[in-house]
Design a protein around this ligand. Structure first.
Ligand SMILES: [Zn+2]
Length: 447
């Protein structure tokens, strides 16, 4: 069979099989949020081991690693009004240290570096209120802590009384501020009250970080030419404890599993191998992909490209966001991807998902992510990230595109970038893209 016939067979298989939706349903309904280090995560890992084995993948295994997990306890945000403490709905942000503080609220809005600069010393001893838009949550949290704030209140970006549970982690720096997520509506209430004068609140968080063992799940389809190396197809299967983590990222997990299923029968055509890796610990700080890179040093020179699927059922189009690799971007632009609605983008570095652990060591990588106008990150990190929000048709398109790209890459590995970038080149690219300063602030700058 030639390439076109192989593509037809695998796209047709994705389009007509019930297995993609079946995987998604099991991951969401039987494994809930698959929060790292929990029974739910374990069950999801066992399911994927079984599926990869059934498909005929080789060397199917769980690779355990230790990470900083977290246990949720009660959280409280009380609005102090004279002697009255009025409870406002909130959730502890995952990873929050325990704490119980009272102070004045200071609104940093979107929390850009300029916002923090402008507020300066006024932040010391205050409780920061930050919006979802603008820089990443972790950047705002890090800047709040550095400025001497005493707690962090993070507002969700879309209505529906949905608090965000997004995590707190400052890499090499310890976290000291308790953090809670609140809804857009609760943030609006606080902002209206702030217009009339100072607002005092009390933030208390119980529970806190603990060391847990989590597992990456791996399986592979070896290529016919060992010198051609490997393509890594990956996605994180862990989510938060408060919802199903359907879009983020049962969708990417199901798509990677589906690609393994439809590519397995075509393995005799592959020149390079394909390694499927489902990471855990991403939500708490990319622990799984960091562990993988750390534990497989001999393999890194042989990884030709990394395809990371993270939130791929939100809508259309599927964006293939290439990280620091013009060669990979131009290779992808030469593929016939329009018919399934995928777009190649290379204008931004995204240091917040598992591909980035590979980007940092000079491996060409991309993040596949869907966007939909006005949807932002969709329902991610809220209790509403449930299976019913996933759009099945874009998910099927994402699975077909993923399988097709992996097939092409593994059949024509000579067209892929052949060498890792040296550390100095990676460093310069990150500096040029302006992601070095936020990474330093977050305690995750490795250079
Ligand atoms: Zn994600």
């Amino acid at each position: 069979m030639d390439l076109l016939e192989l593509e037809r067979s695998l796209i047709g298989d994705v389009w007509t099989s019930p297995s993609l939706e079946a995987s998604l349903e099991y991951l969401c309904d039987a494994c809930h949020g698959r929060f790292a280090g929990t029974e739910d995560e374990r069950r999801a890992g066992d399911f994927m081991l079984e599926r990869l084995g059934e498909f005929g993948a080789h060397n199917v295994a769980a690779e355990p690693f230790e990470m900083t997990g977290w246990v949720r306890g009660p959280a409280r945000l009380g609005s102090v009004d004279g002697d009255v403490l009025r409870d406002l709905p909130c959730l502890a942000l995952a990873g929050s240290p325990p704490g119980d503080v009272e102070g004045q609220v200071i609104d940093v809005g979107p929390g850009t570096p300029a916002d923090f600069e402008r507020l300066g010393e006024a932040l010391a001893g205050k409780i920061v209120l930050a919006s979802a838009e603008g820089p990443h949550r972790l950047e705002k949290y890090a800047r709040s802590q550095a400025a001497g704030a005493i707690a962090f209140v993070f507002a969700n970006g879309r209505p529906g009384m949905l608090a965000s549970a997004g995590s707190l982690n400052l890499g090499s720096k310890p976290t000291s501020l308790p953090g809670v997520g609140i809804s857009l509506e609760t943030a609006s209430l606080l902002r209206r009250r702030l217009r009339n004068g100072p607002v005092r609140v009390r933030v208390s968080v119980e529970g806190g970080p603990r060391t847990v063992t989590a597992r990456n799940i791996v399986g592979e389809l070896p290529g016919s030419d060992p010198s051609a190396g490997w393509i890594v197809a990956c996605g994180h299967y862990d989510g938060h404890d408060i919802a199903q983590g359907a879009q983020d990222n049962a969708t990417g997990t199901a798509v990677v599993l589906e690609a393994a299923r439809v590519l397995a029968p075509l393995r005799s055509h592959l020149k390079a191998g394909i390694r499927f890796v489902l990471f855990s610990g991403e939500e708490m700080g990319m622990y799984g992909s960091e562990a993988y890179v750390r534990d497989h040093p001999a393999e890194l020179d042989r990884i030709r490209a990394v395809f990371n699927a993270d939130i791929v059922g939100l809508g259309a189009p599927l964006n293939l966001v290439v990280q620091n690799s013009p060669e990979l971007a131009s290779y992808l632009r030469g593929l016939p991807l329009d018919d399934l609605g995928a777009q190649v983008r290379d204008e931004r570095l995204v240091p917040y998902s598992d591909h980035f652990s590979f980007t940092l060591v000079g491996i060409s990588s991309l993040m596949a992510v869907t966007s939909a106008p006005g949807q932002g990150h969709g329902w991610a990190h809220t209790a509403a990230d449930t299976l019913d929000k996933v759009q099945v048709r874009p998910l099927r398109e994402a699975a077909a595109t993923t399988a097709r790209i992996l097939l092409r890459m593994a059949m024509e590995p000579d067209a892929l970038p052949s060498q890792r970038q040296p550390p100095e080149a990676v460093k310069q690219a990150l500096v040029a893209a302006g992601v070095d300063e936020p990474m330093r602030v977050r305690g995750v700058w490795p250079f």
